[in-house]
Design a binder for this molecule. Structure first.
Ligand code: GH3
Ligand code: MG
Ligand code: MG
Ligand code: MG
Length: 308
């Protein structure tokens, strides 16, 4: 995800050192520049985090040529959406047509004019920034700034499939604020919104590993995806989150706990060697509904509790 205000990154792929130097010198004032002299290095840098925002790609390269590099970029979800501009001596119409058909956003013939390269780069990077903003808006929750349900569904399915493929465990925690309707009724909807922001903030701060994903998946409901975490591990995380919400100490006059608390349901898959598809949990939805049932058990057990 692109942070507003960060410098955009341009990957320059050319086997001729002089070309890399000329392009780099003209772009590095405004952008972070990365360099590759062959296709393999280009693919590696394109898949890195943070990814480049634009790739200037030569066609004639030792080994894998530029067309093949672009084909492979398009074949992977991680690199598919990085805009690619061909910049090449292959100026004939058929080459340009092939490049554009493969999915390049632009085609510049060598010898190039630096001001024109700079102008085109700027245009494509502006488009990329706008696309990143739209992507953020469509996957972030407006109130709390954390991933929304759409993003949760995407990440959850991806992590579930990865866990099955790599035979690693995957933990899921569902959290629901206790007596939140009464909180709104007593303190007002704006205070309710503040409470949601604070709870989202403390949940987010309490997660230590960058791969854990917290999302708001409903009104006062949150989900936490814990890659590589088995059930006992996920219970420890959930207990720590429960404690963190309680410790926030937001007064709640209508709760028997006297403060804002949340209940947690925990479930996990443990694919074991030789049986990657846990037979009782073949689909992400099954794991989700298991965590949801346990959330209701935590509610039934008096709330401010973790059930697994
Ligand atoms: P329980 O302990 O069983 O979870 O009870 P509850 O009152 O928390 O559950 P219920 O589902 O009855 O109420 C959820 C409330 O959350 C009702 C709804 O108005 C409130 N809510 C949902 N989204 C928002 C929001 O964006 N802002 C505010 N302020 N309130 C919200
Ligand atoms: Mg070349
Ligand atoms: Mg609820
Ligand atoms: Mg609730």
């Amino acid at each position: 995800m692109q942070q507003t205000g960060t410098r955009q990154r341009v990957l320059i792929v050319d086997d001729v050192a002089m070309n890399r130097a000329i392009l780099g010198e003209s772009l590095q004032r405004d952008y972070d520049t990365l360099y590759a002299e062959d296709g393999e290095t280009a693919l590696e840098l394109a898949a890195a985090d943070p990814a480049p925002d634009l790739i200037l790609l030569d066609i004639i390269l030792p080994g894998m040529n530029g067309h093949e590099v672009l084909r492979r970029l398009k074949a992977h979800p991680r690199t598919r959406n990085i805009p690619v501009v061909f910049i090449t001596v292959k100026g004939e119409e058929e080459h340009e047509q092939r490049g554009l058909e493969l999915g390049a956003v632009d085609y510049i013939s060598k010898p190039f004019s630096l001001p024109i390269v700079r102008a085109r780069v700027r245009t494509h990077l502006e488009l990329k920034r706008h696309r990143d903003m739209l992507e953020d808006l469509s996957t972030q929750d407006g109130l709390t700034g954390i991933p929304n349900r759409r993003r949760f569904d995407e990440v959850f399915t991806r992590e579930f499939r990865r866990a099955q493929r790599e035979e690693t465990p995957l933990g899921l925690v569902l959290a629901d604020i206790d007596f939140f309707k009464a909180f709104n009724d007593h303190y007002g909807h704006l205070a309710g919104d503040d409470c949601l922001r604070n709870v989202a903030g403390i949940l987010s701060h309490s997660l230590r590993r960058p791969m854990d994903v917290l999302a708001r998946y409903g009104g006062e409901e949150f989900a936490i995806i814990l890659p590589n975490t088995d059930l006992p591990g996920a219970v420890i995380v959930a207990e720590c989150l429960r404690k963190a919400v309680e410790t926030l100490g937001i007064p709640h006059a209508c709760s028997p706990h006297g403060r804002v608390t949340a209940s947690f349901g925990v479930a996990a898959i443990h694919p074991c060697a030789g049986a990657p598809l846990a037979p009782d949990c073949p689909e992400p939805e099954t794991l989700f509904s298991l965590a949801d049932q346990r959330l209701y058990q935590a509610k039934a057990a008096g709330r401010n509790a973790v059930a697994a």
